[in-house]
Design a protein around this ligand. Structure first.
Ligand SMILES: Cc1cc2nc3c(=O)[nH]c(=O)nc-3n(C[C@H](O)[C@H](O)[C@H](O)COP(=O)(O)O)c2cc1C
Length: 369
């Protein structure tokens, strides 16, 4: 049986000590009609905290830009009522012994106009270009871009005020921050567009402003090479480009980088270090010197996009993931679907109760507990 002890060693990041290395991956559930976290949402997060997860990252929750989201059941992270709901969430998570940060989410041009909490609001993006590369709106002014960055910082400041333990900026999957990173969607010619360093300037600005708002609270950013519309897409085609990209984030003062992959064991640059080479989190840690969170099919055999097609997944082995954590390839391991299926997943893994782990059933997306 796999020795899972490395998963259950504490980890310290700035002033935050996590009791183990297991992170609940951010997962949109769209269960907050009216924009505010409700009793069901409070119970859902508190259950995962009681189930032994070291750190919970919330579902993506929107910044105050009115065009930030496409679904009116996704909670906002601004305004009196939503923030009162989030305060109940963090109080319940703390009471259950957990730690938690909100994932701050602005969908950028992936949000279709006419959707979300404010259907009349325009969608924001670096160049008014959608993920297919089509120009569908005007390019925003620099002042508007700075307001988009400040919106993350306003939310981060509220997170600190409410008592959250960290914040994560959603900079992955083709959403706003990632649209700045990606050449296809960012055609700006000012300081926010051009070289990889300049395309990372928006993230730098957002991180810098978040730091002013949160002081010593840890700030994470989630990045990915892939886009929801294009799994083969790459922001960085080589380690050199990746180093320049994450170097900007490190210099901006981010505390950890969360590297989204569909399969944790997938090598990022197999042409360089082979089929069992470092994954994205491994390369980012090596090139930035920052702690990283890795993710993707942990404890399961197939990847998560299948979940949206109604597919389940069998229980998978943890041995190679634990071995890589032990080698220091990455520092924290995020778990998504296994925690939807079973809030006590971490306790069962820690207790060696592997026979109690169940396959992921796609119906877990329809239920909410
Ligand atoms: C239902 C669902 C909702 C998701 N929502 C988000 C999200 O809001 N933000 C995000 O960064 N990733 C989101 N993801 C991706 C997960 O955070 C995670 O990276 C992915 O599920 C892979 O982990 P897993 O294989 O352990 O499920 C979502 C995944 C699922 C299954």
């Amino acid at each position: 049986m796999t020795d899972v002890a490395p998963l259950f060693r504490p980890f310290r990041i700035r002033g935050l000590t996590l009791k183990n290395r297991i992170v609940m991956a951010p997962m949109t559930r769209a269960r907050s009609p009216g924009a505010s976290p409700n009793d069901a949402n409070v119970g859902y997060y508190a259950r995962r905290a009681a189930g032994g997860v070291g750190l919970i990252l919330s579902e993506g929750t929107h910044t105050r830009r009115k065009g930030a989201g496409n679904d009116a059941n996704v909670p906002l992270f601004w305004g009196e009522q939503p923030l009162a709901g989030w305060r109940r969430v963090i109080d319940a998570v703390h009471a259950a012994g957990g730690r938690m940060g909100p994932q701050l989410w602005h969908q950028g041009m992936r949000r279709e106009r006419g959707t979300g909490h404010f259907p009349d609001a325009p969608s924001d993006g670096p160049s008014g270009i959608n993920l297919l590369g089509e120009k569908i709106a005007d390019e925003p002014s620099e002042a508007e871009v700075l307001d988009m960055a400040q919106a993350y910082a306003d939310a981060a400041g509220d997170a600190k005020r409410l008592g959250f333990d960290c914040v994560e900026l959603h900079g992955a999957h083709g959403y706003l921050i990632d649209e700045f990173f990606w050449e296809r969607t960012n055609r700006r010619t000012d300081r926010f567009g051009g070289s990889i360093e300049k395309r990372a300037e928006f993230a730098r600005e957002a991180i810098r402003r978040c730091r002013v708002a949160v002081g010593e609270l840890p700030i994470f950013i989630r990045i990915s090479q892939w886009k929801a519309t294009d799994y083969a897409a790459k922001v960085a085609a080589s380690p050199h480009e990746l180093e320049r990209w994450v170097g900007v984030l490190a210099e901006a003062g981010v505390d950890a980088i969360h590297c989204s992959q569909r399969r944790i064991l997938e090598p990022e640059f197999p042409g360089i270090d082979g089929p069992n080479g470092l994954n994205l989190a491994g390369w980012v840690k090596k090139l930035s010197g920052l702690p990283t969170i890795s993710v993707g099919s942990v404890g399961l055999t197939s990847e998560f996009m299948g979940a949206f097609r109604g597919e389940g997944s069998s229980v998978g082995k943890l041995d190679e993931t634990v071995a890589r954590l032990e080698r220091g390839e990455f520092d924290l391991v995020a778990v998504g679907r296994a925690l939807l299926q079973d809030p006590d997943w971490a306790l069962k893994v820690e207790g060696g109760r592997h026979h109690e782990l169940r396959d992921y059933d796609a119906k877990a997306l329809q239920t909410y507990f």
